[in-house]
Design a protein around this ligand. Structure first.
Ligand code: IVH
Length: 683
């Protein structure tokens, strides 16, 4: 890049970033995602680093352009309100600590203690107390001059009007004004009903609510406050970041429950990962973790560069939204014949993983999004959830020129009609057992991890074996060994992998009944229902015979309907399955190859027998699945959410809304160690 090019780009970037700053800070109405904004600033900073002599006076790194709203009066800050430098990788966090060491001339072994706490996605606010009385509330503004929102902050319940007698003469508490996710959702709902402004996200709702001319409007909005620092202070109630924040907490300000102090980088990065994992469970939005040097004398020595302190860093979470192009829409046929449209995408990184496909769910979803091949789309990935397409972002003219997507009316695999049953959203292939796609899917399901769990038999091999007529039904899998001639010398199959495959098949000749039932692919019979049925009937024969009688005998039907977890819909699906002669043949054939042992679940007597438990937060010594299995063995039920029916909550680090709910309802809460003790005591 030439200098002229760099100068021109810096000029463009400055204007572009200034415009987005204005939309975000002054209008509370951003037009791009935070991740896209960060990318713009980053690109600008890279250019400035490469051409330091071209740094402009209006560089976004020198000036934060956030003019005050016209309806609010301005007020200078006694101490500037700084922003934070961002890091997007562990590498950059290491560099940050390295820079601190060099700046302070510390040896490689000297301890640099840092605090770490979530970065709340709200708007910063400074609360000035003189003689322990609240005299001023101000937004950050451009960092030097803020907006006076004193009457507005007085309406926020989390903000005390006075400080205790022990507090200094002058003290500015700083923190975030924010709105919880739940309050945001209900506010938007109320706004929609009243025909008012709909907010893009909780941050904008908080900003829009605080920056009101009429404090009565603010009072009606559910705003909260979380303290994370301070501004001007006539004295400090501590010598470290942690101590001062604890003092502020003792003055009845909410502070983060996840604020911790670390003396090693590795532990601090672990904390980052824990916070990131628990992010979805938190009642409010966070977009990273903030690290701060704990010693205040070091903070003072480190000082600041441009508008950010050298002693603090915001470690941002990977972008959870990204734009990409829709290359094609493919249709997948499931084992029940359901046609599922899948978006094939230009690969893009979202939330730290590369995404190339996303489900489009069904025909209605395609219509709702009006998504067309060639569109630019916005992808979102929250936590461990599979990526979703949120919407189309193509320019309207370009979008209009693309052909509208037409959902197929026949099955691509067998040519049978694909139809939508009355009142259903799904479109299904009517080919049933003649449809090779459905048959392959059923076989895949049968061997899948949650079902028979036959290792070495993946999608490709099942398709291959099906095509070559080696495997057409579940029982055939157990007869593959009789086709050693057809197996030997297959492309991609070494002798050893054939032997391993045959071994893993043989190892499944006594499958647990619950897995076998799930594997049969009976409609509405998932893992849990498979287990409920297995527990009740003990053998496949008993279930089959009862189901057969149930077709004409109400008592037999009642025997299925009455099972805990099984209702009339599931019972009917079971009856229908065993009424189909072909299914009976498949089961008969299969029972010639496998013999599931009598299914029994032993439960132990324990203090939690018959109780309903909820696990929340991250568990450290066991997985969630194992914890659930333990609970079942102890005769307890595990529920997904806390309600009045919950008897006990087991909470690990990072527990958020569920823990709060439990406290509100007065439900007993124990930690993982106490849980392990209960398990151990039950033997
Ligand atoms: S410390 C001098 N701590 O993030 C350091 N800021 O991107 C000033 N923020 O303006 C900020 N959570 O509004 C700090 N735990 C936290 C924070 C936090 C959110 C906001 C704050 C700041 C912005 C910088």
């Amino acid at each position: 890049m030439t200098e002229a090019e760099a100068a021109a780009e810096l000029e463009r970037r400055a204007a572009e970033i200034a415009r987005h700053n204005f939309l975000y800070h002054s209008e509370d109405d951003p037009k791009i995602s935070d991740a896209e904004y960060d990318a713009l600033v980053r690109r600008n900073s890279e250019l400035e680093a490469e051409f330091p002599h071209l740094v402009r006076e209006d560089s976004p790194n020198v000036q934060v352009g956030a003019a005050a709203a016209a309806h609010l009066s301005t007020v200078p800050h006694a101490a500037p309100m700084l922003s934070l430098e961002n890091a997007f990788s562990e590498e950059e966090v290491r560099d940050f600590v390295g820079r601190i060491r060099r700046f302070l001339k510390l040896g490689p072994d000297a301890e640099v203690a840092l605090t770490a706490e979530p970065k709340i996605d709200g708007l910063s606010c400074s609360l000035r107390y003189e003689k322990r009385k609240l005299v001023l509330g101000a937004t950050r503004g451009d960092g030097t001059i803020g907006e006076d929102v004193t009457p507005n902050v007085r309406t926020i319940g989390d903000i005390p009007e006075t400080l205790p007698p022990t507090a200094p003469e002058v003290f500015e508490v700083r923190g975030e004004v924010y709105m919880s996710k739940a309050d945001f959702a209900s506010l938007n709902q109320r706004q929609a009903e009243a025909g008012g402004k709909i907010f893009a996200n909780p941050r904008n709702a908080a900003a829009g609510s605080l920056r009101q001319k009429d404090a009565a409007v603010t009072a009606a909005r559910p705003l909260r406050f979380l303290a994370h620092g301070w501004g001007e202070a006539s004295a400090l109630p501590g010598e470290t970041q942690g101590e001062v924040v604890r003092a502020i907490e003792s003055w009845r300000f909410p502070v983060s429950a996840d604020l911790k102090r670390f003396s090693t980088l590795e532990k601090m990065l672990d904390h980052y990962r824990t916070i990131e994992k628990g992010r979805a469970d938190l009642p409010f939005d966070i977009d990273g973790v903030v690290y701060k040097v704990d010693r205040l004398d070091w903070q003072r020595r480190l000082g600041q560069v441009a508008k950010a302190p050298r002693w603090a860093l915001a470690h941002k979470f990977p972008a959870e939204q990204a734009e990409t192009t829709l290359k094609a829409i493919d249709i997948q046929i499931g084992r029940t014949g359901k046609l599922t449209p899948v978006a094939r995408l230009e690969p893009v990184t979202v939330g730290g993983v590369v995404v190339t496909n996303a489900t489009l769910h069904n025909a209605d979803e395609i219509e709702r999004l009006d998504i067309r091949v060639g569109d630019r789309v916005l992808l979102q990935r929250a936590g461990d959830v599979i990526p979703q397409i949120v919407g189309v972002v193509t320019r309207p003219e370009a979008h209009g020129a693309l052909p509208v997507y037409v959902f197929p009316t026949s099955c691509e695999a067998c040519g049978s009609a694909a139809v939508r049953e009355d009142g259903e959203v799904d479109i299904r292939c009517t080919g049933g057992l003649v449809c090779p796609a459905q048959r392959v899917e059923r076989l895949r399901h049968f061997v899948s991890r949650q079902a028979l769990d036959i290792e070495g038999l993946g999608q490709k091999s099942i398709e291959e074996f099906f095509r070559d007529s080696l495997v057409h039904s579940p029982a055939d899998i157990f007869r593959i060994k009789d086709h050693s001639d057809a197996l030997a010398g297959r492309e991609g199959w070494a002798d050893i992998s054939i032997r391993n495959l045959l071994d893993s098949i043989e190892a499944r000749r006594q499958p647990p009944l619950d897995r076998l039932l799930f594997g049969l692919g009976i409609r509405h019979v998932g893992r849990v229902t498979g287990r409920d049925l297995a527990r009740h009937f003990g053998t496949l024969e008993a279930l089959r015979d009862t189901a057969a009688r149930a077709a004409s005998d109400e008592n037999a039907l009642a025997d299925i309907v009455c099972i805990e977890g099984v209702g009339p819909v599931v019972a009917q699906a079971v009856v229908d399955f065993f009424a189909e002669p072909h299914n009976l043949e498949v089961v008969e054939d299969l029972l010639g190859e496998v013999s599931p042992p009598l299914f029994e679940v032993k439960t132990l007597e324990s203090p939690v027998s018959g109780k309903t438990l909820v696990f929340t937060g991250s568990l450290e010594t066991i997985s969630r699945d194992e914890a659930k299995a333990q609970a079942e063995i102890l005769g307890a039920k595990v529920a997904g959410s806390v309600s009045a029916k919950t008897d006990l909550v087991v909470a690990g680090p990072g527990a958020g809304s569920k823990l709060k709910k439990a406290a509100e309802l007065g439900i007993e809460v124990i930690d993982e160690a106490a849980w392990n003790a209960i398990v151990a005591a039950a033997g």
